[in-house]
Design a protein around this ligand. Structure first.
Ligand code: MF3
Ligand code: CO
Ligand code: CO
Length: 297
């Protein structure tokens, strides 16, 4: 058994361990959690993280509901022969019809309203004239801006009958997200999430993409903090209620290295192996997390 570290007692007139700069007795003493307003300031200052209020969360939850409704529309038509531009059209139209904006469109020059990534494409696939084929796996990554708030999620689907390899990588990627999310609660750190994901992926002989990470989300598409899907336990930002971020492990059947195609967006596995991904937007709560883009894992 590991030796327990002795806790050092904080005196009432000492600086509060929450980092507010106030005396302990005037701040967190006797409270189970620091007061939200001071916590907001601390996370902003120390980590550039914008904690979300209950009202913010409600808006992100609404955006998340729209994202999940958009998946239903896409799922209804996914089949061999479907052209990926048609997925783009469905996501684009459905989003606008619900008073929202597809976040990818024109984001840093991205030309379409959704990312569609087939087989060895890791992420950021650009919809076009390619038709889905029997045996493909396809990742659809949807981000909507509703009432100024962002929610971001993705899922990988089988088209027709999957190969053994396809079944394996989709199963492993799905469990990776589940294992990562299970680490989310105050008291744990950002690094614990990536640690859990890497552990599971590598235990299955798969690998974790390093170049793309999860991210804070809500007020913007990509906010602090970064959420790596690999790393060490007890490292990184301590998780606090009001944090909203994505976890979105990209898992390769072969090696983790990637290559970007000449279109400057499409990321593919360097070894040509299959890659799968699942993503949810989550809120850190007092005792765990709540998914704002929930689906079964
Ligand atoms: N949705 C992706 C993510 O999970 C980002 C896509 S950026 C785009 O962070 F420009 F390609 F849309
Ligand atoms: Co994301
Ligand atoms: Co996404």
């Amino acid at each position: 058994m590991m030796k327990q570290k002795k806790s050092v007692k904080v005196g009432r007139n000492d600086a509060c361990p929450c980092g507010s700069g106030k005396k302990y007795k005037n701040c967190c003493m006797g409270r189970s959690a620091p007061p939200p307003e001071s916590l907001k300031k601390i996370y902003q200052k120390r980590y550039n993280i914008r904690l979300k209020s209950a009202a913010d969360v409600e808006k992100i939850r609404r955006a998340g509901e729209l994202v999940m409704a958009t998946f239903k529309e896409v799922e209804a038509v996914l089949a061999p022969g479907l052209v990926t531009d048609e997925i783009n059209r469905i996501v684009h139209d459905f989003t606008l019809d619900h008073g929202a904006i597809p976040a990818p469109l024109n984001y840093r020059g991205f030309p379409k309203s959704v990312c569609v990534s087939i087989n060895e494409v890791i992420c950021h696939g650009i919809p076009g004239p390619r038709a889905l084929a029997d045996g493909d796996i396809v990742n659809v990554d949807i981000t909507s801006i509703l009432d100024g708030y962002y929610a971001d999620a993705n899922q990988t689907y089988f088209i027709g009958t999957p190969s053994e390899d396809a079944r394996k990588i989709v199963r492993v990627a799905r469990i990776c997200l589940k294992e990562g999310l299970a680490m989310i609660r105050p008291g744990n750190c950002i690094g614990d999430i990536g640690w859990a994901i890497q552990q599971f992926a590598e235990s299955q002989g798969c690998s974790v993409v390093r170049e793309f990470v999860g991210h804070g989300v809500g007020f913007n598409f990509h906010e602090a903090p970064q959420v790596p899907h690999f790393g060490r336990k007890h490292t990184g930002v301590p998780l606090a209620p009001g944090m909203v971020f994505t976890v979105e492990p990209m898992i390769n059947l072969g090696q983790h290295r990637l290559r970007i195609l000449d279109d400057k967006w499409t990321a593919v596995t360097a070894d040509g192996s299959l890659s799968a991904q699942f993503e949810q937007t989550v809120l850190v709560t007092e005792d765990g997390y709540e998914s704002l883009t929930p689906f079964e894992l």
